[in-house]
Ligand binder design. Structure first.
Ligand SMILES: *Cc1c(COP(=O)(O)O)cnc(C)c1O
Length: 413
């Protein structure tokens, strides 16, 4: 039972496929934004399971809801519906606030939410003789083959070619958007802020231009809010900054933060014609929207509302970025709310290794969990409930962490 962290990590390597590389810690328990490893060391978690644990670890309202639901009704098939499922769909549609009719498809992950969006776009293209789908350079939409075709990074795709056809990746500029949008385009998929690419927001006005151009070309606008949605950026959805009511996207996809730690994905489809695209039997999933997942998501949404976490995320994010920008090793910060990219001045350690991954290691040793989307950028996506003082401890510790990383022996030593 009481295996050491080292023994557990050895067993991990023996028994799990190595697709994630070697994990550095075995985590055993969490409370709020503090999480403890198998050796008893506690960390401040500034990543929250990659933008997933919106309410932190073990929030009492979430724990109670999940425990109640598990003891009541955990799963039924999609031959039936349940109270949490119906309520969650209505709640998401209300929060999103599109003008026309909307419908939701539930799944279990971001890639599945995008897979459904992709199938819907294909179907739309097939019905209207449109053969291409646009996606953005550096975009990330998931790892299942359909979502992977929408994802940009060649290293993720090349080993698995051929990809589903028809997807073209364009640079995220207004000019490229205008030049590439035409009658043959069935859909364009965009992230309001590219999270995996290093927290890179779309240019200002991009979403509203995309709305207008897709309308003129008869194409669907799909907004991937898997990382940015459900309060992460200080609003329920990041796209509402530019697109509201009658201008809502045709499709919005959600996952990560939606279940507060429980796997749940959602594809929201807006507009009368769009909700008719996938007819009975055309798509499905066994687990999607089961009562346990739906109840976890409802508890997450209800708690975000009850604890005013949208305003909190917006306010804390602004303060945090201002404080980070005063730190000498920081060149700039990007993002919105509590989705923050920190760009460092340097991109290499003194030994020539990429700096940001070395900073992640030094931060972990100093008791902070963060990650590095690229050689020069750190990403923070803490729980929306994180304490202001907790964030301050990280800002105070950052200069020393970066110095340690700069002087660290090369990775792998
Ligand atoms: C994480 C992510 C996905 C994939 O979600 P999974 O749950 O890992 O399948 C898709 N799109 C965006 C924007 C993401 O950040």
């Amino acid at each position: 039972m009481n295996a050491s962290q080292h023994e557990l990590l050895t067993d991990y390597s023996k028994n799990l496929l190595p697709v994630f590389g070697d994990p550095s810690l075995v985590l055993v328990q969490g409370r709020g934004s503090q999480v403890t490893d198998a050796d008893g060391k506690t960390y401040l978690d500034l990543l929250a399971g990659i933008a997933v644990n919106s309410l932190g670890y073990a929030h009492p309202a979430w724990v109670k809801a999940v425990a109640d639901q598990a003891a009541t009704l955990a799963h039924v098939s999609n031959f039936f519906t349940t109270v949490p499922q119906v309520n969650l769909a209505a709640q998401l549609i209300r929060l999103q606030g599109a003008a026309g009719p909307s419908r939701v498809f539930f799944s279990n992950s971001g890639t599945e939410a995008n897979e459904a969006a992709y199938k819907l776009a294909r179907r739309y293209g097939n019905l209207h003789a449109k053969s291409s789908i646009l996606a953005l350079e550096h975009g990330f939409h998931g790892r299942s083959l359909g979502a992977l075709a929408l994802t940009h990074k060649p290293a993720y795709k090349t080993p698995f070619e051929p990809m589903p056809t028809g997807v073209r990746h364009i640079p995220a500029t207004l000019q490229e958007l205008e030049e590439n949008m035409n009658e043959d385009v069935a859909a364009i998929i965009v992230e309001p802020i590219q999270g995996e690419a290093g927290v890179v927001p779309l240019p200002e006005g991009y979403l509203s231009a995309a709305r207008q151009l897709t309308r003129e070309a008869g194409a669907l606008l799909i907004v991937d809010e898997v990382q940015t949605g459900v309060g992460r950026t200080g609003a329920w959805f990041a796209h509402t900054r530019e697109l509201q009511g009658p201008d809502a996207p045709d499709v919005v996809t959600l996952a990560k933060g939606l279940g507060g730690g429980f796997p749940v994905g959602a594809t929201i489809v807006n507009g009368q014609e769009n909700i008719g695209l996938l007819e009975a039997g055309m798509h499905g999933t066994t687990f999607g929207g089961n009562p346990l997942a739906a109840r976890a998501a409802l508890a997450t949404l209800t708690t975000i509302e009850a604890e005013h976490l949208l305003d909190r995320a917006a306010g804390l994010g602004e303060k945090l970025r201002a404080a980070l920008e005063e730190v000498e090793c920081v060149r700039e910060t990007r993002g919105a709310g509590l989705l923050i990219g920190i760009v460092l001045h340097a991109d290499q350690t003194n030994q020539g290794a990429p700096l940001a991954p070395a900073v992640v290691t030094a931060a972990r040793d100093a008791g902070f969990i963060i990650n590095a989307p690229d050689a020069q950028t750190l990403r923070l996506a803490p729980a929306l409930t994180i304490g202001e003082e907790e964030l301050e401890t990280f800002v105070a510790a950052l200069p020393k962490i970066v110095t340690t990383a700069l002087n660290s022996p090369s990775i792998g030593a």
